[in-house]
Design a protein around this ligand. Structure first.
Ligand SMILES: *Cc1c(COP(=O)(O)O)cnc(C)c1O
Length: 216
């Protein structure tokens, strides 16, 4: 199946309100262009260098989502071109996004990454930290950062019950804050678990291999 066919099939199986972020990391700009030509605009990348190179070969109205762990020394390069940084996983990074956005006189949209998986390796905040940060943000602590919601990754496991319970945890954390135009994105679900994620309340899925094929 072609990338275009994969995309149309995916679209036909999910509700229209769910945002599809096509995760194009490791794939060439020609693959991205194919979905762009179908009017798709949201793409996700996880490596800054790779992304900035591809970006220059593609139309300027693509909405780039950063979904990988971001080092603070790369923030300055990222801010002018990013649509949504989904993977804000430390206070140090959040403070850096605030200070660099202020310098550039911009408001940067972000999601807070939550550590829902059991695994040690996954980055992200705890529930208490999320509560504290959103509270501080609403009190004006990060004037150049717009926190739009939460992002999380379930454990790498075949156990559907565990994945479901992690998604439900994330959804209930998201729902403790009033939904409005500033708090409107719950990003959970990838190629292997997006259906379950949507059932659990996700409104933004990050799908790579299902569209573009398996990565090396
Ligand atoms: C790579 C990646 C995805 C997409 O994974 P697929 O299994 O290829 O759909 C989603 N989210 C994050 C954070 C990723 O790094």
């Amino acid at each position: 199946m072609s990338i275009e066919e994969n995309f149309k099939r995916l679209q036909s199986t999910i509700p229209k309100e769910v945002l599809v972020v096509a995760v194009s990391k490791t794939y060439p700009s020609t693959a991205i262009q194919k979905l762009y030509d179908l009017e798709h605009r949201d793409f996700g990348e996880n490596r800054v260098q790779e992304w900035l190179q591809k970006k220059d070969e593609l139309p300027a109205d693509i909405r780039w989502h950063l979904i990988g762990h971001l080092q603070t020394n790369k923030v300055k390069q990222v801010i002018p071109f990013v649509y949504l940084i989904q993977s804000v996983d430390s206070l140090k990074l959040l403070n850096k996004i605030q200070s660099e956005s202020l310098k550039l006189d911009r408001i940067t949209s972000i999601l807070l990454q939550v550590k829902i998986a059991q695994e040690e390796s996954k980055y992200g905040f705890s529930q208490d930290q999320i509560f504290e940060i959103v509270k501080n943000s609403r009190e004006g602590r990060f004037p150049n950062v717009q926190i739009k919601g939460l992002m999380g990754m379930a454990s790498f496991t075949q156990n559907q019950n565990q994945i479901q319970s992690e998604f439900e945890t994330l959804h209930s954390m998201y729902s403790q804050f009033q939904a409005d135009e500033n708090w409107n994105t719950l990003s959970m679900g990838m190629s292997g678990d997006y259906k379950l994620a949507i059932e659990c309340g996700s409104n933004a899925i990050r799908v790579g291999s299902l569209l573009f094929g398996t990565r090396d």
